[in-house]
Design a protein around this ligand. Structure first.
Ligand code: 16G
Ligand code: ZN
Length: 547
């Protein structure tokens, strides 16, 4: 009928490029931008269907994050603002690879039936679109619009150039009935940051005029957004570099800084001693660093250390809150606080977190796995070492906290307990509940450092990272490597794990694992040991097992 001919007509304008196979990996579809028009068109259709199915607004973000400027990608945000439900990934794969319009339509018809999606009557769908600063984004966003509107009843709102976490935040806000504009996003961040500064313990609030944070914006979208944020910001001085003048992600950004451990472009000896932070190209990753005396190497403060700082602060606030007035623990709520890491987490961070008495859980690499696990706690903190992470608060806990805050404000207004409640509430507002967000993460780090009157050096001393080495190797079929136990054990090919174990046993405090990359055609090797030499040597010997 009508829908069918509409789809046939538009699909014929987006032919599949020959000889490529698309896969909805850990972070959606990613490829050379020139290959992606048909994929983005098809994901537009998928988003519209997902919106019809869920009765909610869905998000589509066009970005290739930290990858080079000639790449691009597309991923879907579900109604909660989180990643697309994993159950739809096989459909996304099939859709992206269907060879011609007829096959495509057949596939859609089958899927609609299988998922019980009703297209009769007057279905409605709404998709929020966003893109990063890549030049190819403009063309691709048009393809997405064509895909969305080839489903009858589907409309879109183009949010323009936004960070990935902004788009996820907007989807979440929209579905909660909150206004989902950029202004609202900034207002929420600024208000909750201000609140955290207002409740800094007496005597700690003297801010040093010379104290400045320098942010490397990766020449992506993050820098320009921080510039906007700054116009409403007080209590923090930020200097932004690499905010779009140079080439995106080239010698700049969180991925570069974390992997290479050298200063990004635009930084140098003049910045020694200053607190610096780096975002990635779409501003969903954040790492800190300070420049070493040689003016080129850096001391890295990675995602694990951001996680540790958050964990320490939140644990402290919880324990202040739980000391009841009557000493009997009245009205205390045993909130569960847990942290989620991947095998890439530095072993020293895991030891530190366990010493704090926290529950540490491991998942495979990829935000969707960490996020899901963190959502099982009242306060769940997750971070990948690469700087992607956030803190999730359960609805139950937030409701209790809200009530408790009201109680406290009548029985002990201004007490330490009430301040702790307010700090926790402000943190839940500041830190993005949809996905890891470099901007909100940065403000939370800054608020906690001021709260504790800590320098970046004091923070970095929480524990000493074990030396580590990451290598990668191209193999014929990376998917021949199958892992288990959050990627720490190779189950196939047989014998590989035993060989890794034998190598690892030669090094004191050695730890090593391999896994197939979800974003590149390689197998990755990670090794950790007491010295840099042994970490390097362990990584290389394990590499030769794989190679
Ligand atoms: C993607 C993931 C990131 C992960 C990285 C690993 C999301 C949004 N992003 O960028 O979390 O660390 O892939 O890449 O899930 P790899 O599989 O190539 O090592
Ligand atoms: Zn990113």
């Amino acid at each position: 009928h009508e829908q069918r001919s509409l789809l046939l007509h538009s699909a014929s304008r987006f032919p599949l490029p020959p000889g490529v196979k698309f896969s909805y990996g850990t972070a959606g579809f990613r490829a050379d931008a020139a290959m992606l028009e048909s994929t983005v068109f098809r994901v537009g259709i998928l988003a519209a269907l997902r919106s019809i199915k869920t009765g909610s607004t869905i998000g589509l973000m066009i970005t290739a994050s930290h990858n080079k400027v000639s790449d691009n990608g597309i991923k879907v945000a579900d109604p909660s603002g989180g990643m697309l439900t994993q159950g739809w990934e096989p459909f996304a794969d099939a859709l992206a690879n269907s060879p011609d319009p007829d096959t495509l339509i057949q596939l859609l018809e089958d899927f609609v039936k299988e998922e019980n999606i009703t297209l009769d009557g007057a279905p409605t769908a709404h998709v929020l679109l966003g893109r990063d600063t890549r030049p190819s984004g403009m063309l691709l966003v048009e393809a997405a619009k064509q895909g969305i509107t080839s489903m009858m009843g589907a409309i879109f709102t183009d949010m323009g150039v936004v960070t990935t976490p902004q788009l996820h935040w907007m989807v979440r806000a929209k579905n909660k009935g909150i206004e989902a504009s950029e202004r609202n996003y900034f207002d929420q961040l600024l208000t909750s940051f201000r609140c955290l500064l207002d409740y800094i313990p007496q005597g700690n609030s003297v801010s040093n005029e010379d104290d400045i944070l320098i942010v490397d914006g990766a020449d992506g979208v993050g820098g320009e957004k921080i510039e906007k944020l700054k116009t409403g910001l007080s209590g923090l001085r930020i200097d932004v570099r690499n905010s779009g003048g140079g080439e995106l992600n080239e010698g700049v950004g969180a991925d570069f800084v974390q992997k290479e451990k050298v200063v990004p472009r635009g930084f140098g000896p003049a910045d020694i001693g200053i607190r610096c932070a780096s975002l990635d190209g779409d501003a969903d990753r954040l790492v800190y660093f300070s420049i070493l005396p040689d003016g080129n190497k850096i001391s890295l403060v990675d995602g694990d250390k951001i996680l540790s700082l958050f964990a320490l602060f939140l644990k402290e606030q919880l324990s202040i809150l739980n000391v009841a007035e009557d000493g009997k623990g009245n009205n205390s709520y045993q909130a569960s606080l847990g942290v989620v890491q991947t095998a890439y987490a530095n072993g020293a961070s895991t030891d530190y977190l366990k010493q704090l008495g926290l529950e540490v859980v491991f998942t495979p690499t990829g935000v969707k796995y960490l996020h899901e696990k963190a959502a099982e706690f009242d306060i769940g903190i997750y971070f990948e070492a690469n700087g992607h992470g956030t803190v999730l608060f359960s609805e139950t806990f937030l409701s209790w906290l809200d009530i408790r805050n009201h109680e406290l404000s009548s029985i002990s207004k201004g007490s330490e307990q009430q301040k702790a409640a307010l700090r926790l509430l402000a943190t839940s507002q500041l830190i993005n509940q949809a996905v890891g967000d470099a901007l909100s993460g940065l403000l939370l780090v800054e608020a906690i450092l001021q709260h504790k009157r800590w320098s970046i050096f004091r923070w970095n001393e929480l524990y000493q990272d074990l030396p580590s080495r990451q290598l990668k190797v191209k193999v014929v079929d990376r998917n021949a490597v199958v892992t288990a136990n959050a990627e720490t054990v190779v189950v196939s090919p047989i014998g590989v794990q035993e060989a890794i174990d034998n190598e690892t046993a030669k090094y004191p405090q050695g730890r090593c694992f391999i896994r197939p990359s979800g974003t590149e055609d390689v197998v990755r090797v990670y090794a950790e040991a007491l010295t840099q030499e042994s970490a390097d040597s362990l990584a290389h010997s394990v590499l030769s097992i794989v190679d």
